[in-house]
Design a protein around this ligand. Structure first.
Ligand code: TYD
Ligand code: MG
Length: 481
């Protein structure tokens, strides 16, 4: 008798249960269990009579061929993949709907096809006419990309097995694919996993590179196929605020390259434009001379990126003040606020605090601590920071400013963009400096910086500072911590 293979599978993480429950115990999400037929996705005890084949065991030191890469023709995309698409590899590109995944891949595939490679674009979401319309709008209609609107993995694999092996296949998107081997509905974890498996097998067998497009849920997870993340060679995430034109492509996982590189694009009426100097873009709409903004000299991968941090510190009537942050780690903000309170005598418990990284960039470096602290204090005392200064340094729990890597690269980028001062950790002073031509203000402790900014606030005269009672440096009691 056939075994009952119905089970409840979490659509977020793929964990399976044999009865329904409200919460998935594996990932903690609520209401994510859906009934699926898992027959076929896990082979049920196949007892093979076949005698095992023997294979040769290799040594670690053996010579392997360098991973042959296919350049996408877009330098920013190549930077994130680590130099191009690797033969036989599978890459997942995730991002919110409408962020520009199809646009990016249409542009890249067209450039590669024009360079003479066999490139196939399978759209499971849009009709051929829609994809053509986009290509027309991008001025790429003449590119010899092979196009189809298909969703059956078996049909796709048989079609692509004929003729020359494509160098690259785009599957837009993996959620729309389905395979006969499992019975659940398209879009379910079981289907997505089985479809991805079949496509990955095809890539490994033929040496074609495959790009899977995946949608992302509101909290940034690649919906459903989180399981797919483990199966593919690289996961790229395409990010950006819908209202802003900047788009950032980031490697989340990469078996063939670095994971800290970003590619920066700008969405224009004619598709995505590569931004080779992101600092200029992130600083282009800077409000000069307003309080609460500080320029952070950061490093993204191998490239220095200057970006503005904006803070707003406003008195609150709420019992629990608001702490809102965009583009930075909220727990990092809490830490900086705690250090300001405990060691620098800056009282923030009666204030709402908002922190924003301009341009839709997401900063992960702890080196941004110092710039964030400077912006916060500047907003609190209503004293604009010098417009020609950049800030970087990690703040330790004791309030000391700790050194960060790549001081030289940060200073050079700042000098290139016309900055003339840098506020940085004390220990970095001797390291570099003169050669970049910046005047360096090395601070050993956060208290020193706070005092300097507060002094700027009081120098502005009573009118500016007395605009709000909280804005006077009188708020700084001597540190008790
Ligand atoms: P799309 O690539 O379809 O997004 P995704 O595949 O990630 O869902 O891009 C959709 C958005 O991009 C859409 O809102 C319109 C905008 N867009 C432009 O601004 N300029 C262009 O040249 C193109 C093709 C799209
Ligand atoms: Mg799309």
């Amino acid at each position: 008798m056939a075994k009952n293979t119905l089970s409840f599978v979490c659509q977020n993480c793929g964990a399976a249960y044999n009865r329904w429950q409200g919460k998935c115990e594996a990932c903690g999400e609520w209401n994510t269990l859906a009934e699926e037929d898992t027959a076929g996705s896990v082979p049920v005890s196949i007892r093979s009579k076949r005698k095992g084949r023997t294979f040769a065991l290799e040594s670690l030191s053996g010579k392997s061929q360098d991973a042959p890469r296919l350049s996408s023709g877009m330098a920013e995309l190549d930077r994130v993949t680590g130099g191009g698409f690797v033969r036989g590899s599978v890459l997942l590109v995730g991002g919110d709907p409408g962020i520009g995944k199809s646009t990016l891949l249409t542009q890249a595939t067209s450039l590669m096809a024009r360079a003479g490679h066999r490139i196939v674009y399978i759209s499971g979401e849009e009709a051929v006419a829609q994809v053509r319309l986009r290509a027309e709008r991008l001025g790429l209609s003449d590119a010899p990309v092979q196009l189809a609107a298909e969703t059956s993995v078996e049909d796709i694999v048989s079609t692509l097995s004929e003729g020359a092996v494509p160098r690259l296949i785009v599957i837009d998107s993996i959620q729309t694919m389905w395979t006969d081997t499992v019975e659940s509905a398209p879009g379910t974890v079981t289907q997505v996993r089985a479809s991805a498996q079949a496509l990955i097998r095809f890539a490994k067998k033929t040496g074609a590179a495959i790009i899977l497009v995946g949608h992302v849920t509101k909290d940034g997870q690649i919906a459903g196929p989180r399981v797919v993340e483990h199966m593919v060679d690289a996961v790229l995430s395409f990010e950006g605020e819908g209202s802003q034109q900047f788009r950032i492509l980031r490697a989340v996982k990469n078996r063939f390259g670095p994971t800290d590189e970003i590619g920066v694009f700008e969405m224009t009426g004619l598709g995505l434009r590569e931004v080779t100097n992101p600092s200029e873009l992130f600083l282009s709409e800077r409000d000069l001379g307003t309080s609460g903004t500080a320029v952070f000299a950061g490093i993204e991968g191998t490239r220095p990126v200057l970006v503005e941090l904006q803070a707003l510190v406003a008195p609150t009537s709420l019992g629990t003040p608001r702490r809102a942050v965009v583009g930075w780690d909220p727990s990092r903000l809490s830490m900086v606020l705690a250090v300001l309170e405990a060691h620098c005598g800056v009282k923030l418990s009666g204030h709402d605090v908002y922190l924003n990284v301009a341009g839709g960039l997401r900063i992960q470096e702890p080196a941004a601590d110092l710039a964030a602290a400077a912006a916060l204090v500047s907003s609190l005392v209503n004293a604009p920071l010098p417009t020609d200064a950049v800030y970087f340094g990690e703040i330790s729990l004791s309030g000391a400013i700790r050194p960060v890597a790549q001081t030289g690269a940060r200073l050079k980028e700042a000098a290139k963009l016309g900055f003339s001062r840098a506020v940085l950790p004390e220990s970095a002073r001797g390291e570099t400096g003169g050669d970049a031509g910046l005047s360096l203000n090395a601070v050993g402790n956060l208290t020193t910086l706070v005092a300097e900014i507060a002094a700027r606030g009081s120098r502005k005269g009573p009118d500016a500072a007395a605009g709000e009672k909280n804005a006077t440096p009188a708020r700084f009691r001597r540190g008790e911590g």
